[in-house]
Design a protein around this ligand. Structure first.
Ligand code: FES
Length: 579
């Protein structure tokens, strides 16, 4: 970098590396034990590479390689890259649920960024929660920030057919329980499903999050769809490393990208790609960090009329690799540009409109990405339900549901907890048939705690045996983005804090009416009041540590399930600087 460019603005990192006193000695000297030469401390932008690598997060296990390539780009543009780890959240292994730790990881990201001599940040994200947690944390600091998603796995291949992460696990598991798949075949499908680096390759939560950050303008164009092992993922990483250095020079902070318009774009794009319901919770939480007013109703109002353009599991048939070959998100943005805020700024320093225009994206497979005029479904976005069973809202993903169940009245079969569900669901004496509504309590943010992905409860064996594959299910939990079915989720207020869901009894009649956005418990108000009076909340599951902090401070799903004291931002100023 030229000397005159460097001197144009005082960088944040100069408060550490620019000092000539004892503290400057300390700041630089210990860094030099890694072999960094003197010239790297000459006032060039210091770029943090926030790495969510972990062998316990298999979807992000290739991130050390990606970080090295990002560094190439940073050096190439005259910056000084420094990689740092934060808490990594692996969806498949963490118990009780990775969601319990999303806010913890966001605190880790926020404090790690603020406390260190960084001028800009690259977030390496992949598995579901690693995207929202890092973006939330970075948004609360508000430095120039961009995201490099790690990419999806290659398509699963099983006996000549493509199989999708998650989606086919649910399908195979139902087949195993119904006796139409052998345990041996079930085992052999495991390694066929996950055969390369990368995250789930369905339009599950990780792919949804990758599309979300691209639609928000936080990545370089085309970042969401490149498969993890494809060499172009490394090209993206290197170019991102170059770009972040320029963002620092331009002082293009994350809050200039995360505007109300950007959030509205993301909501509409999520509908078009058939994204996960988890998107709602994470986007609400991110908006809360940057002070953008976003409500549950915005998702329905802005997204529900947007057609489904992307034919990926679980709403459709194909997988992320196919999405990439068909042109990826730039084609979707091109198709729906009349429904986007084209003036929204992106990390490239160009508006969304300029990006779309320059990309001149062409679709290569209309079966995978359909033209806007001939969509897979006319209305695909998330529907927000209201009613006496969910005064503050509940959500359903119509594109993953069974059309004939979208208006349904059925008898409630109630499970008081997930343990109760597991104990009784296959009991031959359970009084249930396919017209019933399965109700699960105690899986909300405070109740579980952490709001696990159990809302897509497997159907009772005796219903599956009849060949029935879907029933209406209702809970205060979440469901995996790879799951499907007529599943009402995120019921607010949750049962653990005395939401009406807590008072549903076996045999009560429940009406689901998605076209009219209604979820109604058909029980007289006097009877509900009587039940309410005799209700007692359960003992909290933790009396110390992070889990207690979480239970005491987590907000409801309609607010993004962030901790109340994390909403907003503190900026990049360190709390005290006595040196
Ligand atoms: Fe990591 Fe699905 S388990 S993305």
């Amino acid at each position: 970098m030229e000397k005159d460019q460097k001197s144009e603005q005082k960088l944040r990192s100069a408060e550490w590396f620019g000092k000539t006193d004892k503290m400057g000695f300390i700041y630089r000297s210990w860094m030099k034990n890694q072999g960094f030469p003197e010239h790297l401390f000459d006032g060039r932008p210091v770029i943090g590479i926030c790495n969510t690598w972990s062998e316990l997060t298999p979807c992000n296990a290739h991130f050390r390689d990606i970080a090295e390539v990002v560094k190439r780009g940073v050096y190439e543009a005259g910056g000084f890259p420094l990689e740092f780890p934060i808490t990594s959240l692996g969806e498949t292994l963490m118990k009780p649920t990775a969601m319990l730790f999303r806010n913890l990881a966001s605190m880790d990201a926020e404090e790690s960024i603020r406390a260190n001599p960084l001028d800009g940040v690259v977030l390496l994200t992949g598995c579901d929660k690693t995207t929202p947690s890092t973006v939330m944390g970075a948004a609360s600091v508000d430095l120039p920030t961009l995201v490099v998603p790690g990419g999806a796995m290659l398509n699963g291949k099983y006996r000549g057919k493509d199989i999708g992460s998650g989606t086919d696990v649910w399908r195979f598991t139902d087949e195993l329980r119904a006796g139409t798949m052998t345990p041996k075949d079930y085992l052999s499908a495991e390694s066929c499903m996950s055969r390369s680096n990368g995250h789930c390759m369905t339009m599950g939560t990780a792919s949804t999050m990758a599309c979300m950050v691209e639609a928000l303008g936080l990545t370089l164009p085309g970042a969401a769809a490149i498969p993890a092992p494809d060499s172009r993922r490394k090209v993206l990483a290197q170019l991102s490393g170059r770009r972040i250095v320029h963002m620092v020079k331009e002082n293009l902070t994350i809050s200039q990208v995360l505007t109300r318009e950007a959030f509205e774009n993301a909501i509409r794009v999520n509908a078009a790609v058939g994204g996960s319901t988890n998107f709602i919770i994470h986007l609400l939480a991110i908006a809360g960090r940057v002070g953008v007013e976003l409500t549950l109703d915005d998702f329905d109002r802005l997204g529900s009329k947007i057609p489904l353009l992307v034919n990926l599991m679980p709403s459709g048939k194909y997988l992320m690799e196919d999405f990439f070959y068909a042109g990826g998100l730039p084609v979707v943005l091109q198709e729906m540009k009349e429904h986007l805020h084209l003036g929204a700024m992106t990390i490239t320093g160009k508006t969304m409109g300029q990006r779309i225009e320059e990309a001149e994206a062409e679709g290569h497979n209309p079966e995978v990405i359909t033209p806007f005029e001939v969509p897979l479904r006319k209305e695909a976005g998330i529907a927000v339900l209201k009613g006496n069973l969910c005064e503050d809202g509940a959500v359903i993903k119509p594109s993953a549901a069974t059309p004939r169940l979208m208006q349904h009245r059925g008898r409630a079969v109630v499970f008081e907890s997930i343990e109760d569900y597991h104990a009784r669901i296959d009991d031959p004496d359970l009084d249930v048939d396919e017209t019933c509504v399965l109700v699960l309590k105690g899986v909300g943010p405070k109740g579980y705690p952490g709001m696990p992905e159990v809302g897509n409860m497997g159907l009772p064996k005796k219903v599956l045996a009849k060949g029935v594959l879907d029933m209406v299910r209702i809970s205060d939990g979440r469901m995996s983005g790879t799951a499907f079915g007529t599943v009402v989720l995120h019921v607010c207020p949750e049962s653990a804090i005395g939401g009406t869901l807590a008072f549903v009894h076996n045999g009560d009649m429940i009406e689901l009416d998605v076209p009219n956005r209604r979820l109604h418990l058909d029980v007289a108000e006097e009877e509900l009041a009587r039940r309410r009076r005799s209700w007692q909340s359960a003992e909290p599951l933790a009396n110390r540590g992070y889990v207690q902090l979480y239970i005491n401070h987590v907000q409801q799903a309609n607010k993004g399930a962030d901790l109340d004291f994390l909403v907003g931002k503190s900026g990049s100023q360190v709390t005290r600087d006595s040196h």
